[in-house]
Write a new protein. Structure first.
Length: 286
């Protein structure tokens, strides 16, 4: 298992310390293979959590707020069970320390984790599913879920609820250079089949961008933070907050995004979050 984090290695799989007076947002995102032609063709292989601590008595500019994060990526396909265990443990830890647990269309992430889960991770994932289902009647001062696909509509005027479109409407630049020529599943295949580290790193950064930008949308939705009227470049935040973690962050294709606003409105969405294509209707004629 490849574990990358800006937390100390001895506690990278645990939440960072929470300071008194802070409100914590824990944001989780999962990437998985997509194969609708076979049963259980969706198999998770990467996930990340972003921990965002904000003062309860103010609305800081997120450009000035640090974040902690951890990313996991399977080194071998048979590590999927361990990845799911770690994801389940992260959700349980988030429920203990975070006021807001968030994801974008997180029901899909949970469904994929649950359908592939080993027996010892099911209870934690079932509990997370129950909390997600009951999020709209939960105590807003206690640990609860916010799903930014369904619960941020009061901030939006556009019809699309794709994460990239939600972020763009709100002024978050989430341009995704990782998908400019090759899909996420293809990068993952290149990692598994050829040991292509750039492919793995591209997916890891893509995944962390989803977690962090979702945390930002949840913070804005809850009235806990803001960003400047001219927008916030999330790639710039990641370049600083994950500096040295992946060589991809030093690639000119990525660094070219850091100085000027980028056309994130036209950026591709990770295939794991894209709408599922409708199955072709079977003909009734022989």
């Amino acid at each position: 298992m490849i574990i990358t984090s800006n937390l100390p290695s001895t506690r990278s799989l645990r939440p960072p310390p929470l300071h008194s007076g802070d409100v914590r947002i824990a944001s989780v995102d999962v990437e998985w293979t997509k194969n609708y032609r076979i049963k259980n063709g969706q198999r998770p292989f990467c996930f990340s959590v972003a921990w965002l601590d904000l003062p309860a008595d103010g609305t800081p500019d997120l450009a000035d707020v640090p974040f902690e994060w951890t990313s996991l990526y399977v080194d071998e396909p048979d590590e999927m069970d361990e990845l799911i265990r770690r994801a389940a443990q992260t959700l349980s830890a988030a429920a203990e320390t975070a006021t807001i647990i968030t994801g974008h269309q997180f029901c899909s992430d949970l469904a994929v984790l649950r359908s592939n889960a080993p027996a010892d991770a099911l209870q934690e994932l079932e509990r997370a599913r129950e909390q997600w289902s009951g999020r709209r009647t939960a105590d807003p001062t206690a640990s609860h879920y916010v799903d930014t696909r369904y619960d941020a509509g009061h901030l939006l005027t556009g019809a699309s609820r794709r994460l990239v479109d939600v972020c763009t409407e709100l002024g978050l630049d989430v341009t995704q250079p990782e998908l400019s020529k090759t899909s996420m599943p293809e990068w993952h295949r290149r990692w598994l089949n050829d040991g292509n580290e750039e492919g793995r790193e591209r997916v890891s950064v893509l995944n962390l961008r989803h977690s962090l930008s979702t945390a930002y949308v949840a913070a804005r939705s809850a009235g806990l933070a803001v960003w400047a009227a001219d927008g916030l470049n999330v790639n710039r935040v990641i370049a600083e907050g994950a500096k040295g973690a992946w060589a991809w962050l030093e690639n000119p294709v990525f660094t070219n995004l850091l100085e000027v606003p980028c056309p994130s409105a036209s950026a591709a969405l990770s295939p794991s979050k894209a709408p599922r294509p409708q199955a072709k209707r079977r003909s009734s004629t022989p």
